[in-house]
Design a protein around this ligand. Structure first.
Ligand code: ADP
Ligand code: MG
Length: 701
């Protein structure tokens, strides 16, 4: 994927190792490692270079227990005071450490007998992990540890240690060694050493080196804050690559003919006559914008932004109806099976009276049913189709697809949009409508989705019962639990959301599991479900479905519930350690309740004590309900970084840039992107391949 001089392997002897060689040619990368790395979308030696650290660990000094701060990471050395295995719903090993009367509690969920036996009182241990507040003071969950001799010098690192996104079957040290080999090879790569027009300063290769292997002369403070020139260089490169890619995509698509759909106003009238409500002014305005696009001879490329609950689906339904009535097909893609089902149910209730039966193509169908479905789609008999993104990545053919609607844009990167390009009948390209509830300011949306025109639904339907939000400290936790119990016994349903404590999904999932166990202990008569990111797709869907169907009354969840499932009976949400969330993330979460007619509550539980700053933030969270205003406040209060959340940035396919945090860099790159497209087409292709990937590969799926 990296530009390079192609060296063909010699017919005899070992092939010359280059950046485009398969990973398996590296020392220490057997077939098993290669398959683990494939899980991270790493295939060639060159791919490793752009697998960038999520963050750094600082193991350069020991922190005394007295100086430990919650939320930080630290290397500590202390004596084992006591260790015991606690049985109960979940077996765990608890180890209390002591240092001059200061304590730290370690929790282990996975351990064997010999590990347990090693924790004898008085023994000296060195531990690295992130510090969090527990009921009885500070603790670490599953820290790394090693035993040390009393008089041994501390084993400290000379440099910051990069921490990479990982997958099962690969470890940090092993990945670091492989990346080191790739960097050594990269010094001979022509493209990486090439200067790029308009991007001065540090070169690509030096930047990569500083980021992967920080040295003595590296400004570590800048590196930790993502402010290092090396990081800034790569951020600008990546943003430029994405601008280039989106522009090219738009140019290519807008060159093609699209089906002319002029029936939107008729469809609007037909549907409105049947709806139990009137469309809001904002919905009407967006429909006017769609009508103009769909009448045109070129494919529509439009983003429809609107807060959770603003009624995007019905707007999309009008456009889909217009396509169906003119003898074309329309498809709606959702990020999960459950959301697809929900959309289909809504569409059916609206469209059936008009003689249209939307077809759900689900991963849950048996092969025979699925084939029958696919057949109806291929023949054109199915005019309106609903399914998940995954379903459409398989080879599904349409007879005359004219409109593609994509729900929940923030899960959907430029790569996926490329894949949509070629789904239409030969000779014409479908219109695209992307729906997003991510409340980002309009100007930002325009740069983030440079290939899309933007419409905004900036008004909620009337008569919504506002969500009452209260902010409570953890000492009130038991009271909150009791209130939740009473509400559930009264027929209501509630979410209990556990916020991120780590990028590590495993640890986060464990924390949620522990919370669920504690709640089950405290509320034994309640049916309590659990959903987190470590569950397999089906298990996750099943947990959500049980909750939606009312089989479970309380759902303990990590932030995976953030995206769009509608459970109207759920009217209470507790957010544990709410101080950890960005405002927008919180807003999205809170949008899960307040969907029914019942007055809803949201309880923000926070960790004592709060800084004045954190208090101000929570106050905004309590009082603000407008998504876009929240996004603005978020930018102002937290600084740009947290708006979309790191995970979402990953989901839209960025490796190092964060379109919100780095917003001010985007503006100046736009003229540069235009300049490159005109004068440096080869470099443009090279940069897109480097950062976005093999665009043609996405186009083929
Ligand atoms: P979102 O924009 O979050 O996807 P939905 O499309 O799911 O929102 O709409 C939320 C709910 O509001 C749905 O039950 C929908 O039927 C209803 N709704 C949509 N538009 C209106 C309106 N103009 N008046 C009243 N209810 C509406
Ligand atoms: Mg929705």
């Amino acid at each position: 994927m990296i530009g390079h001089e192609l060296r063909r392997p010699h017919a005899q002897g070992a092939p010359a190792l280059t950046l485009s060689s398969e990973l398996t040619f590296l020392k220490g990368a057997g077939p098993q490692a290669a398959s683990a790395l494939r899980g991270l979308d790493l295939h060639t030696v060159g791919d490793l270079l752009f697998h960038l650290p999520l963050r750094y660990e600082d193991r350069r000094r020991l922190t005394p227990l007295a100086e430990l701060r919650e939320g930080s990471e630290a290397l500590v050395r202390a004596r084992v005071e006591v260790a015991e295995v606690r049985f109960g719903p979940r077996r765990m090993l608890l180890v209390a450490l002591d240092q001059d009367g200061r304590g730290l509690l370690l929790r282990f969920f996975h351990f064997n007998e010999s590990q347990r036996a090693g924790f004898t009182p008085g023994r000296l241990i060195q531990v690295f992990g992130s510090v969090r507040g527990g009921r009885n003071g500070l603790e670490m969950v599953h820290p790394e540890y090693q035993w040390v001799e009393a008089d041994a010098a501390p084993a400290l690192d000379a440099h910051l240690t990069p921490v990479y996104p990982l997958t099962a079957g690969m470890t940090q040290p092993r990945l670091r060694r492989l990346i080191g080999q790739a960097l050594d090879l990269a010094t001979r790569d022509a493209a990486l050493n090439q200067a790029l027009p308009g991007l001065d300063g540090l070169g690509t290769l030096d930047a990569l080196d500083a980021i992967h292997r920080p040295g003595d002369d590296t400004d570590t403070r800048a590196l930790l804050a993502l402010r290092h020139p090396a990081q800034q260089r790569l951020i600008r490169e990546e943003l430029l690559a994405h601008q280039l890619c989106m522009r090219l995509l738009r140019l290519q698509i807008r060159e093609r003919p699209a089906p002319v759909l002029d029936g939107l106003d008729d469809a609007r009238q037909a549907l409105c006559a049947l709806l139990p409500f009137d469309l809001t002014g904002a919905q009407q305005r967006v429909l006017d914008e769609l009508a103009v696009d769909l009448r045109g001879p070129r494919p529509m490329l439009r983003l429809m932004q609107g807060d959770v609950g603003s009624g995007k689906t019905v707007v999309a339904a009008v456009a889909m109806l217009a396509a169906a009535r003119s003898g074309h097909q329309a498809v709606l893609m959702a990020p999960t099976e459950l959301l697809a089902e929900q959309h289909q149910a809504n569409l059916r209730s609206w469209l059936q009276p008009l003689g249209i039966e939307p077809v759900l193509i689900s991963g849950r169908l048996r092969k025979r049913e699925r084939d029958a479905c696919a057949e109806r789609i291929a023949s054109g008999e199915a005019a309106i189709v609903v399914g998940t993104h995954a379903v459409f990545q398989t080879s599904l053919r349409f007879a005359h697809l004219a409109l593609v609607v994509v729900d929940e844009q923030h899960r959907f990167g430029v790569q996926q949009r490329i894949a949509l390009r070629d789904k239409g009948p030969s000779g014409s390209t479908p219109h695209q409508l992307v729906m997003s509830a991510t409340p980002i300011p309009r100007t930002l949306a325009q740069t983030l989705y440079a290939d899309l025109d933007v419409s905004v639904i900036d008004q909620l339907p009337p008569g919504r019962t506002p969500i009452a939000t209260v902010v409570l400290g953890q000492p009130r936790r038991d009271q909150v639990i009791a209130r939740i119990g009473a509400a559930c016994r009264d027929g209501r349903q509630a979410y209990w959301v556990c916020t991120l404590i780590d990028e590590n999904e495993e640890i986060e999932a464990q924390a949620a599991a522990v919370t669920a166990e504690k709640l089950r202990e405290a509320l034994q008569d309640l049916r309590i479900g659990l959903v987190h990111g470590r569950l397999r797709g089906e298990a996750k869907e099943a947990a959500m479905r049980d909750f939606k169907d009312g089989h479970t009354q309380l759902l303990v969840a990590t932030t995976v519930i953030e995206v769009g499932v509608d459970v109207p009976n759920a009217s209470i949400m507790v957010i544990d350690n709410a101080e950890r969330l960005g405002l927008s993330q919180l807003h999205q979460l809170r949008g899960r309740v307040g969907r029914g007619s019942r007055a809803s509550q949201c309880v923000l539980l926070y960790q004592h004590p709060l800084s004045a700053d954190a208090r101000a933030r929570l106050e905004v969270r309590r009082t603000t309900t407008d998504g876009v205003r929240i996004a603005q406040a978020d930018l102002e209060l937290r600084g740009p970084g947290e708006l979309l959340g790191r995970r979402q940035t990953g989901l839209i396919g960025l490796k190092i840039a964060d379109p919100v945090r780095d917003a001010e860099l985007i503006g100046p790159l736009q003229p540069l992107a235009d300049h490159w497209l005109q004068h440096h087409p080869a470099e443009s292709q090279m940069l897109i391949r480097r950062w976005v990937g093999d665009v043609e590969r996405y186009a083929r799926v």
